[in-house]
Design a protein around this ligand. Structure first.
Ligand code: SF4
Length: 336
């Protein structure tokens, strides 16, 4: 890891590999009027004064995970899925992270008693069809602990699908080595979901490691966060999604920004996001087009866009959640 210090609650941490993707040098990076780095790679990693700008409708727990908490680190919002927050550690802390206020509370990898709780839930709830391992980044765990967790899940259920959410292969490609491949292969069926936000992140080293994952029987999917000044234009997203498909990675989601405190400078107004997605639909093939979605603020689940839009009332969008209830998402002005 390159550097670490505190900034607005979320530490600054980045890898040398990530910095090598940037066109600008860390110490000479240019910043816009908001203080946000102009380089799309550095903007995702470097703290800026804009993070101290907290809007009244922003939330520390934007997805309302606390209200679905079953046990420490275990969240069950949907009948068939169990989310495990394995750790608060990441190889890089993304400035737009929607869990940015929660990560510092959970610095260690989950303990043996939480693993026992996971096994217990899987044994007593056969309706659970999927376990999502998230964090932080599960791949920051020592190999032995990751192996123990995967073994625990697989011993409790031979059939449950494991979804491993990580940025590690993007920010530190060398993490994908023979040892990790063997551990993951042993835990199949296991799908890996990678957050990838810009074509510059598709470094040849990452692409060759992605190929090794695919050859090991680990399907790969991408999640992209729509980020202002980083990827909020059709050309960048078209290039990203078409390159992903060529690499065998399924473009899964394009996320409208969550209302995480201190991230308004990254959010694209929903009206513009909808127009952008409309253009992408015309430009991309069905294989290349991810689903555009937003999480209902404060909980309520994932809402597909534009399908979930009911109407716009002035500066509020009225959206329909998966359960049929209505929620509000603000139409925010382009800040600054
Ligand atoms: S890797 Fe994921 S969990 Fe970690 S800071 Fe980035 S977005 Fe947040």
């Amino acid at each position: 890891m390159e550097k670490e210090q505190s900034a607005f609650g979320l530490p600054f941490r980045v890898t040398r590999h990530w910095l090598s993707l940037a066109a600008e040098q860390l110490d000479a990076c240019t910043r816009d009027a908001r203080g946000v780095p102009c380089d799309p790679i550095l903007a995702q990693a470097l703290p800026s004064d804009a993070e101290s700008h907290i809007l009244p409708w922003e939330l520390t727990d934007p997805l309302g995970e606390a209200s679905h908490r079953q046990a420490p680190r275990l969240v069950r919002q949907y009948r068939s899925r169990l989310l495990v927050r394995t750790t608060g550690q990441c190889f890089m802390f993304c400035r737009h992270c929607f869990r940015r206020s929660l990560l510092p509370e959970e610095t260690a990898f989950l303990d043996d008693s939480t693993m026992a709780s996971i096994a217990d839930m899987l044994r007593t709830h056969p309706e659970l069809r999927e376990v999502l391992l998230s964090g932080g980044d599960p791949l920051t765990a020592p190999a032995g602990r990751l192996e123990q967790l995967l073994h625990t899940v697989r011993s409790a259920s031979e059939t449950v699908l494991i979804r491993l959410c990580t940025r590690a292969p993007i920010v530190l490609p060398s993490i994908v080595d023979d040892q990790l491949l063997a551990i993951l292969e042993h835990a199949r069926p296991l799908h890996m979901v990678l957050q990838i936000n810009h074509p510059l992140e598709l470094h040849p080293d990452f692409l060759s490691r992605a190929e090794r994952l695919l050859r090991s029987g680990i399907p790969l999917h991408s999640q992209t966060v729509l980020l202002r000044g980083i990827n909020d234009n059709v050309d960048v997203l078209t290039s990203l999604f078409s390159e992903l498909v060529k690499a065998g990675i399924h473009p899964y989601y394009l996320f409208q920004g969550d209302l995480a405190a201190g991230t308004s400078h990254f959010r694209v107004p929903l009206s513009r996001g909808l127009l952008l997605y409309d253009e992408l639909r015309r430009e991309l093939s069905g294989l290349e087009l991810p689903r555009y979605a937003v999480d209902a603020p404060g909980g309520g689940g994932k809402i597909y866009l534009p399908e979930g839009v009911v109407r716009r009332d002035g500066d509020q969008w009225i959206l329909r959640t998966p359960s049929g209830s209505l929620c509000e998402y603000p139409e925010e002005p382009e800040q600054y």
